[in-house]
Ligand binder design. Structure first.
Ligand SMILES: C[S@@+](CC[C@H](N)C(=O)[O-])C[C@H]1O[C@@H](n2cnc3c(N)ncnc32)[C@H](O)[C@@H]1O
Length: 343
């Protein structure tokens, strides 16, 4: 829906033959009234202006130019503030926008997003938190094309995902790049909870000489991971569908880097991780922890698992290389990451 009005502006009348020269001179000066449509008749073009100007400053033959006041078709530029009276918060994944469906203004916000964000085709409302073993959530379509599938672009990679069936968040984009930057040529990387593949594919695509093993228990995630490996031309990923606890014995001591992106329960998989990790390899471990003490729980869990596997008493062979807060998770909880060398 376009909001067209008529409004009177100053304008420059220009013979058609000088139109382009005058238009670029006005644009360079920042003098053009952008939301108003240029008018024309048989002989002249009429360029609407933000304000009155001295036409002699235009570096073109000004003898034919005339300054006038005229009515122009004018499109009011719409903003969230002009439509809603406030700016809503929403997440964008590919051409999907996501908002909280409990918001009392959800329907109006969804319509406003479609109107203003020209790259968005669908506005989804969340109906549940991220939940269950496969870490997915339910959505309803609030506006636009009825779909939950999209292609998201990040750091030169493309990820096809169906948000109702596979976990995906763009909020870890910087974190994924940070991990990819730590991987060396010739390394073997195991992505224990790979989802649709955003860690695996970025690493496989950008590091060069690297072998990635990507595991997930959700068969739909594996379907998308396979598609994404093709889409991004990354044949150097071995894709395994299964529970990482069952898969780990076949991957003993292969991994230089191990990604454990299952923040609520990664601690339950540390034995499998230590089976897969080479001695001296690095675990990239994700946790949800209280903001008052974000790292101790994860560090102690890794030290305990290492000690249980006979890798030195009380964490003697565990060295924390880095700890950071990735994002806020809830009012008093952080999503944190630790890079830990073991053995
Ligand atoms: C938080 S998501 C992370 C996905 C991906 N790393 C990303 O950043 O988008 C965790 C993933 O672990 C998978 N998962 C959960 N339990 C698993 C298990 N026992 N073995 C393998 N994968 C598992 C889920 O299906 C889900 O795709």
């Amino acid at each position: 829906m376009r909001d067209i009005k008529y409004e009177q502006f100053w304008c420059v009348r220009v013979p058609k033959r000088s139109g382009e020269a005058v238009r670029s001179a006005l644009a360079e000066m920042g003098a053009l009234q952008r939301n108003a449509a240029v008018r024309k008749d048989q002989e002249y073009l009429y360029f609407p202006l933000k304000d009155e100007i001295d036409v002699s400053v235009l570096e073109v033959d000004s003898s034919d130019l005339k300054l006038l006041r005229m009515d122009f078709e004018y499109e009011e530029k719409q903003t969230f503030a002009s439509i809603l009276g406030f700016t809503p918060s929403f997440e964008m994944i590919g051409d999907l926008a996501i908002i909280d469906s409990d918001d009392p203004d959800a329907a109006e916000i969804a319509d406003a997003i479609l109107l203003i964000q020209k790259n968005i085709s669908t506005v989804l409302g969340t109906l549940s938190p991220v939940t269950g073993e496969f870490r997915v959530r339910e959505f309803c379509v609030l506006a636009g094309v009825p779909k939950t599938q999209t292609v998201h672009r990040e750091y030169g990679c493309r990820y096809e995902v169906d948000l109702a069936r596979v976990y995906f968040t763009p909020r870890l984009g910087t974190e994924r790049k940070r991990i990819a930057d730590q991987i060396g040529q010739g390394d073997v990387v195991v992505d224990m909870f790979a989802g649709a593949g955003p860690f695996s594919i970025l690493i496989a695509k950008t590091v060069g000489q690297v072998q990635v093993v990507a595991i997930d228990k959700n068969p739909v995630a594996i379907e998308y991971l396979k598609r994404n490996a093709q889409l991004n031309r990354t044949p150097n990923i071995k894709i395994i569908c299964g529970d990482v606890r069952d898969v780990a014995p076949d991957l003993r001591n292969i991994s230089d880097h191990l990604i454990m992106n299952l923040p609520h329960s990664a601690n339950e998989f540390l034995n499998s991780a230590l089976t897969i990790l080479k001695p001296g390899g690095v675990i990239h471990y994700y946790d949800i922890a209280p903001d008052s003490d974000p790292f101790t729980g994860a560090r102690e869990a890794i030290e305990q698992a290492a000690s249980d596997c006979g890798l030195g008493e009380q964490g003697a062979l565990v060295r924390v290389l880095g700890e950071r807060v990735v994002r806020s998770y809830s009012p008093h909880q952080y999503n944190v990451a630790l890079d830990v060398r073991v053995g």
